[in-house]
Design a protein around this ligand. Structure first.
Ligand SMILES: Nc1ncnc2c1ncn2[C@@H]1O[C@H](COP(=O)(O)OP(=O)(O)OP(=O)(O)O)[C@@H](O)[C@H]1O
Length: 266
């Protein structure tokens, strides 16, 4: 193989980022919150966003599926692409974008409906099921993938809000999965959960990344170390450092990262 052929082959096989953020600046009114963020999110990996309270992790996460559009004072500049396509382009249908990039919130927020309806709602409004049998199959598959089926299969008609906190969060993950997203954004999904429920969600993330790209905001460095492949450290609105999680926690390149992971700031 010639050098040129090798280069072309290397380019062909190089993994393209699922999401690419370039020079992203965000302000709420006159107050700038994020400054020139450049970040690549690899497909089918877990990327953790960490950093002290108020550094802009959630703001950045919400840029990735245009949730910040819902805040009138919020202004986003720069470029964010999904599979190379600018998600802020005028031609983008935001509903379709949010179907491709789902979200799970800090506090589990099931609808006040049955377990079945919580999961079936999205596929139904998006026309993903032709028949009741199709819908049943989607509900079962989603609950299985969220690791909840065995616990709820015999009470699908019970209220989703009657489940434990950890089960409710897995129900919300099943609801997100049911509309076949490509990316799942998780904003501190375990912060309201006990250690056992947290461990279940963390285990689940490891399975989910076989199919989905996951971006998680977490306050817990231990959690980032356990679940993520890549970590991005934010500080005062800047992305200070990003890299393989194992490297960042053992050999941080920036002194602010080191100060954070050793507990001196944050
Ligand atoms: N809707 C909003 N309107 C105005 N300012 C906001 C809004 N949301 C966040 N901010 C401000 O933007 C900054 C970054 O907040 P953000 O929630 O993104 O940080 P964070 O790193 O996720 O914090 P935490 O870890 O405490 O959740 C903070 O100063 C916050 O007060």
């Amino acid at each position: 193989m010639t050098v040129l052929e090798k280069l072309v082959k290397a380019e062909d096989t190089a993994v393209q980022p699922k999401i690419l953020a370039k020079n992203v600046n965000v302000a709420y009114g006159d107050r700038q919150t994020l400054f020139g963020i450049d970040l690549e999110i690899a497909p089918q990996k877990v990327t953790a966003l960490i950093g002290p309270s108020g550094c802009g992790k959630t703001t950045f996460l919400r840029c990735l599926n245009r949730m910040n559009d819902l805040i009138p004072t919020c202004k986003v500049e720069g470029t964010i692409t999904l599979d190379g396509q600018d998600i802020y382009d005028k031609s983008v249908d935001v509903e379709v974008l949010r179907r491709r990039i789902g979200m799970v919130f800090q506090k589990a927020n099931p609808f006040p409906k049955s377990i079945y309806e919580n999961v079936a709602y999205g596929p139904r409004i998006h026309g993903l099921a032709k028949t009741k049998a199709d819908l049943d199959a989607i509900v079962e598959k989603s609950l299985r993938r969220a690791g909840l089926w065995d616990e709820v299969h015999d009470r699908l008609d019970s209220q989703g809000t009657g489940l434990s906190g950890g089960q409710q969060q897995r129900l919300c993950i099943a609801r997100a999965i049911a509309i076949e997203p490509e990316v799942i954004l998780m904003d501190e999904p375990c912060s309201a959960l006990d250690p056992i429920a947290t461990a279940k969600i963390e285990e689940l993330m490891n399975e989910l990344k076989q199919r989905y790209t996951i971006v998680i905001v977490t306050h817990s460095m231990q959690q980032a170390a356990r679940v993520s492949d890549t970590t991005a450290f934010f500080h005062l609105g800047y992305l200070v450092e990003t890299g393989a999680t194992a490297d960042m926690f053992t050999n941080p390149q920036d002194e602010r990262t080191e100060a954070y992971i050793t507990g001196r700031i944050g």
